[in-house]
Design a protein around this ligand. Structure first.
Ligand SMILES: [Zn+2]
Length: 463
């Protein structure tokens, strides 16, 4: 099976030019003009459009038992939503609780996704405790192709780990060349602030942010950076939400700590005033770290433009209104999460590229290439070159639309970006050479997605 995408303008993290792309089987084999076509070649006309490498979302939750309930998506619904938005690969957090067995959990997550995803996928392995078995289990998981860890400096007694466990995880990561991602807050302080706020009757969703303030995230980021520095490991801060945390992370980077930074869609576009609305309306917007005061938006956009913020993910995590309502009496019972797997590319293009906050190359870099490089997928994913997987997005910058729960593919009964306008969308999307989305409609194979085994990419030299 051969595919030609013609008349489009190719845009990568560092180049922009007009050329046609020829795909054989699953791989890009030629890029140029007047390419010779075998009979039966499928042709996609990309006139007037940009052709970007398939977008990569480095931070999503799909299967997730959390806060006494389960996130709403299946791999089928989330992967179709991802593809509709131009995302051809996601990296899901495998999140066992502290009581769970790491290897069993890993196989459970893998089984949930296996033959159930329309796009390609990988995992970050959550390390939520460290005991005698942990090291050998993690070695097996890395050998299986899951070469990134995730730790939580938050969620006391559930996902959260102790200092010694963090240290051991980073030491193993360093030895194996595996990058460790971290949710940076401080479980102890958050727990005490929550208890205090509830005890004085501050129980509504507007108290979620004050229970995990910017200072706590900055402190968590500082602590993680110090551990990464001392172990000479490679770290990745997930969903950095505010200026004080960014300052901590940037300082660490400047002194040579190998720390990459991710921010997520909601923190660029939404703010904590949304949690001051009545009833469940406010609960829709509860995630952690929380939505912040909007004065932080400028810092995040500046950080993204300069590249200090490396990647843009989503922390996609859908809970419906009935689930959100579990927190009616106490904000600490609201399941944390805001979905966004489908909206990330269009909204970051609309609010970032169209407005001139970031250029098109930084956009492609932050939403695709940089994640591919950090997580061992490059150049198979994250670029357009002969030999790369033919994951391609024909992006139509002239499209105009409005986001609505009525048209979304994520399995949920609200959309946090309801009525946001978009300028531009993925109109044709391929996964390893197969057209999965055409004219904004899913037309493909619901179970085409494959697990991506990744080699560790880190420097394993030195102490
Ligand atoms: Zn997350």
């Amino acid at each position: 099976m051969a595919l030609l995408i013609q008349n489009g303008e190719i845009v990568t993290a560092d180049s922009r030019y007009f050329a046609d792309i020829f795909v054989e089987d699953e791989t890009i084999t030629r890029i140029g003009s007047n390419l010779e076509l075998p009979p039966g070649t499928e042709v996609v006309d990309a006139r007037g459009c940009l052709i970007c490498p398939g977008f990569i979302n480095p931070h999503v939750h799909i299967y997730l038992p959390f806060m006494a309930t389960f996130a709403k998506d299946t791999h089928e619904t989330a992967s179709i939503a991802a593809l509709m938005g131009g995302t051809t690969t996601f990296i899901e957090m495998c999140c066992p609780s502290r009581l769970d067995h790491a290897l069993d959990s890993y196989y459970l997550w893998k089984e949930k996704a296996h033959n159930h995803s329309a796009c390609d996928y990988a995992f970050h392995m959550g390390v939520t405790r460290w005991n005698d078995e942990t090291e050998s289990q993690l070695r097996r998981i890395v050998a299986d192709g899951t070469s990134s860890f995730k730790v939580f400096l938050a969620y006391k007694n559930f996902f959260g780990i102790e200092d010694t466990e963090l240290f051991q995880t980073l030491r193993l990561g360093k030895e194996m060349g595996v990058i460790t991602a971290a949710h940076c807050e401080n479980a102890e302080i958050v727990s005490r602030l929550q208890t205090y706020l509830l005890s004085v009757g501050k129980t509504g969703p507007e108290w979620h942010e004050p229970s995990r303030p910017e200072t706590v995230e900055a402190a968590g980021t500082h602590r993680f950076a110090a551990f990464v520095e001392l172990t000479k490991a490679q770290g990745y801060v997930v969903h950095l939400s505010c200026a004080p945390a960014l300052e901590e992370a940037a300082r660490a980077k400047q002194r040579g700590v190998r720390l990459a930074i991710e921010s997520v869609l909601p923190h660029f576009l939404l703010d904590n005033s949304l949690t001051e609305q009545p009833g469940v309306e406010a609960m829709k917007y509860v995630m952690s770290p929380p939505l912040r005061d909007r004065r932080n938006h400028r810092s995040l956009w500046n950080g993204l433009r300069s590249g200090i913020i490396d990647t843009v993910g989503t922390d996609h995590c859908p809970f419906d209104l009935a689930q959100k309502g579990l927190g009616e009496l106490a904000f600490t019972d609201i399941p944390n999460g805001i979905p966004g797997i489908e909206e990330r590319v269009s909204l970051m293009y609309t609010r970032g590229v169209v407005t001139g906050q970031i250029d098109i190359h930084r956009f492609v870099d932050a939403l695709s290439t940089r994640a591919a490089k950090l997580f061992g997928l490059f150049p198979r994913k994250g670029t357009i070159a002969p030999g790369s997987d033919a994951d391609l997005v024909v992006f139509d910058p002239t499209y105009r639309g409005i986001i609505s729960v009525k048209t979304q593919h994520t399995q949920n009964d609200y959309n946090a970006f309801e009525e946001f306008g978009v300028k531009g969308r993925a109109s044709v999307v391929t996964v390893r050479g197969k057209v999965q989305v055409r004219d904004g409609v899913f037309v493909g194979d619901r179970f085409r997605g494959r697990f991506l085994a990744r080699e560790p990419i880190g420097d394993t030299h030195g102490e």
